[in-house]
Design a protein. Structure first.
Length: 167
């Protein structure tokens, strides 16, 4: 498999329509997406994949399929959700439930931040998490993100804690 970048245990690549079933296991899962405002409809998956492909072409960074190198299995998606060129980019992390608590989220975040710092050179990385998602809040704190406060997110229709990592 050809990866755009890797970390110790993970490979990051663009998703394709061949990955639809794997994508459904996290983006279409109510449980996985419960902290992000809800799951995505399976019918929208091709559009999501196309959007992230366009992001890669336009900006050099995107949300990537995350493969566990030891198995070749897609276990989630991580990267940056961009609609236009910006000095501040938003980190996105979504993983299937059976890999929660194994450090993949933190490892993916570090790899994505390092990659973006090299190819996109943002001034900062922003991230948000549901105030109920204690694990995500702890991961962002351990990675050096500064807590900015709690705001209501229109996208997820819930209160979220917002963070920033100045590069």
């Amino acid at each position: 498999m050809s990866y755009i970048f890797t970390s110790e245990r993970l490979g990051f690549r663009l998703l394709t329509e061949e990955d639809l079933q794997a994508c459904e296991s996290f983006w279409c899962s109510e449980e996985v997406m419960s902290y992000t405002g809800g799951s995505v409809s399976a019918e929208l998956m091709p559009q999501v994949i196309n959007f992230y492909d366009q992001s890669q072409q336009e900006f050099g960074v995107s949300v990537y399929g995350v493969e566990e190198l030891s198995t070749g299995r897609i276990i989630g998606a991580a990267g940056f959700d961009l609609e236009s060129k910006s000095e501040d980019i938003e980190l996105v992390l979504h993983f299937i439930k059976d890999v929660w608590g194994k450090g993949f989220g933190a490892e993916a975040a570090v790899a994505c931040i390092q990659f973006a710092a090299e190819v996109y050179e943002p001034k900062s990385i922003i991230a948000s998490a549901s105030v109920a998602n204690k694990h995500a809040l702890n991961v962002l704190g351990r990675l050096g993100f500064s807590y900015l406060g709690i705001n209501y997110s229109e996208d997820t229709e819930q209160d979220e804690a917002f963070f920033q990592l100045v590069l």
